[in-house]
Design a protein. Structure first.
Length: 155
């Protein structure tokens, strides 16, 4: 009977150790999850703010284009571009005012309801980003290749 008690005691100690390890792993997993979730939310908020700023910049560019068209007597085109600028700016304000989870939910709903518009919008935004990033990259390369810029009056 002494041997059985010792075996039972050993089994009990092993089970307790296993529970302790399991609890520790669960706790570490929860902490890792919460930490990752907090970091993801921080990055999403940062990206949300960048996206909102970008939409405001696009709206401003559209507005400027509308003004130029208006000055050149292209009233109909100016009106269409001005409305687009207003809607883009409204989108930027809406993005700024929403929390990330509701914003993602709204994008998912729109993509389900109107997949063609969603994909078209993704294409246009991607195209604009490539053009914008390509232009800024090219400006950096030109500026670094030509050295410091001087005014004509300085020569």
């Amino acid at each position: 009977m002494g041997m059985a008690t010792t075996t039972e005691d050993a089994a009990r100690v092993v089970k307790q150790a296993a529970r302790s390890v399991e609890d520790q792993l669960r706790s570490n997993g929860e902490q890792a999850y919460l930490s990752a979730k907090a970091e993801a939310e921080r990055l999403a908020l940062e990206r949300r703010d960048v996206a909102a700023s970008y939409t405001h910049d696009i709206a401003e560019a559209f507005s400027n284009a509308s003004n130029i068209l208006q000055e050149r007597g292209r009233d109909t085109a100016a009106h269409v571009i001005r409305r687009a600028a207003s809607q883009i700016d409204g989108l930027g304000r809406k993005v700024e005012g929403q929390d990330v989870s509701s914003l993602l939910h709204e994008v998912e709903d729109f993509a389900r309801r109107r997949p063609a518009f969603f994909l078209g919008g993704v294409f246009l935004i991607s195209f604009a980003l490539v053009r914008f990033l390509g232009r800024s990259d090219q400006n950096v390369r030109v500026a670094s290749a030509t050295g410091p810029q001087t005014e004509a009056s300085e020569i």
